[in-house]
Design a protein around this ligand. Structure first.
Ligand code: HNI
Length: 147
């Protein structure tokens, strides 16, 4: 089981409590689709993804970015059992959506970049370490039901 210090818990909760889900969610998903274009293959029904401008202006992508970020709320609220919290979501991504689990890490890294850009110098090394630890646990939990 993953151990969390009080300071890590405080950092994670405070990042999410002040988060603009629409802005950050859309930016993180857009960045992932632009920087790692092969991730676009899962969004074939989302309309125009022709280039970076099209992706950034696509309202379906923006809405899905918000949804993914809200998916992370569940991990924030259940930090001591992220594995069980994501069991169902992992099955969905594996068996129904057939998302390659390597992509979870790519999206997690895009989210880190977007949050770091937003927070600027407030994104200290300590905050980065806690945030990346959190996302690492999320990525691992989402990949648990793959076999
Ligand atoms: Ni993901 C659906 C959360 C990474 C492709 N995804 C969801 C839903 C949540 C979610 C929540 C909605 C489930 C439902 O409807 O019950 N996804 C997350 C989280 C991460 C993640 C927390 C990682 C941080 N998903 C990814 C990645 C991809 C991805 C990396 C592909 C590159 N997800 C999808 C697709 C759907 C999806 C595709 C279905 C979308 C739809 O329109 O139905």
């Amino acid at each position: 089981m993953v151990e969390w210090s009080e300071s890590e818990r405080t950092i994670i909760t405070s990042i999410f409590s002040s988060l603009d889900y629409d802005d950050i969610g859309a930016k993180a998903l857009c960045r992932c689709l632009i920087v790692y274009p092969w991730t676009q293959r899962y969004f074939g029904g989302y309309g125009n993804l022709y280039n970076a401008t099209a992706i950034k202006n696509n309202p379906l992508i923006a809405a899905h970015g918000t949804k993914v970020l809200h998916g992370l709320d569940r991990a924030v609220k259940n930090m001591d059992d992220i594995k069980a919290t994501y069991a169902e979501l992992s099955v969905l991504h594996s068996e129904k959506l057939h998302v390659d689990p390597d992509n979870f890490k790519l999206l997690a890294d895009c989210l880190t970049v977007v949050i770091a850009a937003k927070m600027g110098s407030a994104f200290t090394a300590e905050i980065q370490a806690a945030f990346q630890k959190f996302l690492c646990v999320v990525v691992s939990a989402l990949g648990r039901q793959y076999h």
